[in-house]
Design a protein around this ligand. Structure first.
Ligand code: ASP
Length: 450
C-alpha cells in the first residue's frame, strides 16, 4: 500500500487529504475564534484545551517526532551511498553533490534574509508570545527529551556526537546527521557484500518510514483542527493575519529562487534560455504542483529532462533520481522560513550563530526529508525543538501547508531539472548515451514509492 500524492491510503475516502486538512483548519480556527470571543475566561474552555485539543495535537507531533531519527539516518546514509558510487559516476556524483549544497544554500539564504527583513512572525504583544512560550516549552523539551537552546563553541563541538545512540535518544539532530554522513561515506568506500546488505536494510528502514509518514499524515486534519483551536482560542483572529504574512513571505522567496536564481544559473552555467527551459519543463512542473511529491513526479521529470531538455540520459537519471529526495531547494527554503517565523511568533530570539546553524540544518534537513507531501514536517518539528521553539507552531503552518507544499515541490523538481541541464552541459558527449549499461547509470538504490 503506497501513500498516494494526497496522502490518502487507498482512495476509499471521498475527500482528498488536503481538502480534509482545509476543513480541519476552518473548523479549528472558527471554533477557536468563537471561543476566544465569547468564552475567553471560561473554566470549561481551559479544561477543553488541556484535556482534549492539546493532547490530540501532541499525539500528532509525537508521531512525527517518532520518525525523525530513523528517517533522517536512513535518508542520509542512502543519499551518500548514491552520490558516492565511485565506479563510473564519481564525477557526476561529485558535481551533483556540489550542486545540491551550493544551490540549496542559496535557497535557504534567500528564505532567511526575507524572513529577517519582512519579519512576518512579529506583531504579537511580547507578553503574549512569552506566555505561549512558557506554556509550551516544558512540553516541547519533554517531547524532545532535552531542554534549553544551543550557543557558543559548544555548538561546533556538539556536531560530533560522543555517543551516537545517546545523541539519537536526546533528539540531537545535527549529531545524528553527522554520524549518518560518516556512516554513508564508510559504506561507500567498503563495497563488500555485507555492506551492500546493510545498505539494503537501511533502504528497508527508509521505505518503512515513508509508509508510516503516509499513515500519520492521515491524522493531520484532526491535528490541524485541534492545534488551531488551542492557538486561536488564546489569540483570537490576529493569528490568522500573521499566518497570511507567513504565506506571502514563503511564496515571495520561492518566486525569487524559481524566477531569478534558476534563470541566472541556466544562462550562465547551462547555456539555456529560461523560456526554453520553462516550456520544456512544464509537464513535470505541473505534475509537481498537482501531486506535491517529488518522488511521484520522478517519472515525468526523467522523461521531460531527457526528451524536452536534451540532457544525456545517464546524467538525467542520476541527477533527477537522486534529486527527487536529496535536492530540495524549495523545501530547504521553506524549512528556514518556518523555523524563523515561529521563533519570531513565539518571541524566541535567535542570534547570528544560531541562524547559521539553522541554515546548515535546513540544508541537511532537506536532504533528509522524504519526497512526499508533507515530507519535511518531521524535520521542521525537530529543528523547532532544538532551538526551544514550541513545535505546536506546526499546527499553524499545517492548515496552509498544502498550497505551500505544491509550490515548494515545483521548486524542488525545477531544481533537479536545472541541475541536470547544468551538469549535462559540463559532461563530455558520449556517442550514444542509450548504450550506457543500466548498471552504470543506475547506482541509485532508493526506489521512489510515493
Ligand atoms: N512535498 C515535498 C516534495 O515532495 C517535500 C516537502 O517539502 O514536504 O518535494
Amino acid at each position: 500500500m503506497t501513500p498516494n500524492p494526497n496522502g490518502a491510503v487507498n482512495g476509499r475516502r471521498a475527500l482528498p487529504l488536503h481538502t480534509r486538512m482545509l476543513v480541519g483548519f476552518v473548523v479549528g480556527a472558527g471554533a477557536g475564534i468563537l471561543a476566544n470571543l465569547y468564552a475567553a475566561d471560561a473554566a470549561w474552555l481551559a479544561s477543553f484545551v488541556t484535556y482534549v485539543t492539546d493532547p490530540i495535537g501532541q499525539l500528532f507531533l509525537r508521531l512525527l517526532f517518532m520518525l525523525v531519527i530513523p528517517l533522517v539516518f536512513s535518508a542520509l546514509v542512502l543519499g551518500v551511498v548514491e552520490i558516492g558510487d565511485p565506479k563510473s559516476l564519481g564525477r557526476i556524483g561529485g558535481k551533483t553533490l556540489l550542486w545540491i549544497l551550493t544551490v540549496t544554500s542559496i535557497a535557504v539564504l534567500i528564505g532567511l534574509v526575507l524572513v529577517n527583513v519582512l519579519e512576518p512572525g512579529r506583531g504579537l504583544p511580547p507578553e503574549v508570545g512569552q506566555a505561549l512560550l512558557s506554556e509550551a516549552s516544558e512540553r516541547s523539551a519533554e517531547i524532545a527529551g532535552r531542554g534549553g537552546s544551543i550557543s557558543g563553541v559548544e555548538l561546533l563541538l556538539n556536531i560530533v556526537p560522543k555517543n551516537p545512540v545517546a545523541a539519537a535518544a536526546a533528539g540531537d539532530l545535527i549529531a545524528v546527521m553527522f554520524f549518518a554522513l560518516m556512516f554513508g561515506i564508510a559504506a561507500t568506500v567498503i563495497r563488500s557484500h555485507p555492506t551492500r546488505s546493510f545498505v539494503s536494510t537501511v533502504q528497508g528502514v527508509y521505505d518503512i518510514c515513508l509508509k508510516l509518514i503516509g499513515w500519520i499524515i492521515e491524522l493531520a486534519p484532526f491535528a490541524v483542527a485541534a492545534l488551531l483551536f488551542s492557538i486561536t482560542a488564546v489569540l483570537g483572529v490576529d493569528v490568522l493575519m500573521q499566518l497570511a504574512r507567513f504565506v506571502g513571505t514563503v511564496l515571495l522567496a520561492l518566486g525569487i529562487h524559481f524566477f531569478i536564481v534558476f534563470p541566472i544559473l541556466l544562462r550562465l552555467l547551462g547555456g539555456m534560455g529560461p523560456l526554453a527551459f520553462f516550456r520544456g519543463a512544464q509537464p513535470a512542473l505541473l505534475t509537481a504542483f498537482s501531486t506535491s511529491s517529488s518522488s511521484a513526479t520522478l517519472p515525468t521529470t526523467l522523461k521531460v529532462t531527457e526528451d524536452n531538455l536534451g540532457v544525456p540520459r545517464r546524467v538525467a537519471r542520476f541527477v533527477c533520481t537522486l534529486g527527487a529526495t536529496a535536492n530540495m531547494n524549495g523545501t530547504a527554503l521553506f524549512e528556514g522560513i518556518t523555523v524563523l517565523f515561529l521563533a519570531q511568533f513565539f518571541g524566541v530570539e535567535l542570534g547570528m550563530g544560531q541562524q547559521v546553524l539553522i541554515l546548515v540544518l535546513c540544508i541537511f534537513g532537506s536532504i533528509g526529508a522524504a519526497g512526499v507531501p508533507g515530507g519535511s514536517l518531521p524535520v521542521i518539528a525537530m529543528i523547532l525543538v532544538m532551538f526551544g521553539i514550541p513545535p505546536e507552531g506546526i499546527g499553524l503552518i499545517l492548515g496552509v501547508d498544502r498550497l505551500l507544499d505544491m509550490c515548494r515541490t515545483v521548486v524542488n523538481v525545477g531544481g533537479d531539472m536545472v541541475g541536470s541541464v547544468v551538469i549535462g552541459r559540463s559532461e563530455p558527449v558520449i556517442a550514444d548515451d542509450a548504450d550506457v549499461s543500466t548498471d552504470e547509470i543506475e547506482p541509485v538504490v532508493r526506489p521512489h514509492t510515493a
